[in-house]
Design a protein around this ligand. Structure first.
Ligand code: FE2
Length: 169
């Protein structure tokens, strides 16, 4: 793997400084850091922008040594989408390249099948922050071209696979 890009070092450093803040301050600091990271194109190394033709690719960019957060790049080939899911942890997303669609859901009255409530096009530079156990959503690439997003989750790197998503479908 190539050397850690300074843009990623800055992003990790700023989120590390914000990790102990109250939720509102954490949200604005993480979004500000993602804003700067997504405003600058081209720094993501080639091996971290590689698509997987079977499903959307998840590449670990940084794991906080104290286990407070992890940063990933997700690479979406045309037509790929995530499952419908919520998060057990806080989660921030910045679109780095291309255009994604984010579809929001709510649980039905029985708390089972999620019901679609909105759909939003998210272009490069768009940002979001979800506190734990708030939104239920899916990201999809319906753009016809590759798309890449940066995701920050409030868990250690070794818990990203099992400790973040609450899957509905
Ligand atoms: Fe998510």
């Amino acid at each position: 793997m190539s050397a850690v890009p300074p843009q990623l070092q800055r992003l990790a450093h700023r989120i590390g400084n914000a990790a102990g803040l109250a939720p509102d301050a954490l949200a604005s600091e993480v979004k500000a850091a993602l804003h700067d990271a997504t405003a600058e194109a081209g720094w993501l190394p080639p091996e971290r922008r590689r698509a997987d033709h079977q499903r959307y690719a998840r590449h670990l960019l940084y794991g906080d040594p104290d286990g407070r957060f992890s940063i990933l790049s997700l690479v979406w080939d045309h037509g790929q989408e995530s499952p419908i899911h919520g998060h057990h942890t806080w989660c921030a997303v910045g679109v780095y390249d291309g255009v994604l669609t984010e579809i929001q859901f709510r649980e039905d009255a029985a708390g089972r099948a999620p019901v679609e409530i909105s759909s939003e096009r998210r272009v490069a530079g768009s940002l979001s922050f979800d506190p734990p156990l708030t939104s239920i959503h899916r990201f999809a690439n319906r753009s016809g071209a590759l798309a890449i997003s940066l995701h920050v989750y409030g868990v250690a790197a070794d818990r990203v696979a099992s400790g973040v998503n609450r899957i509905f479908a």
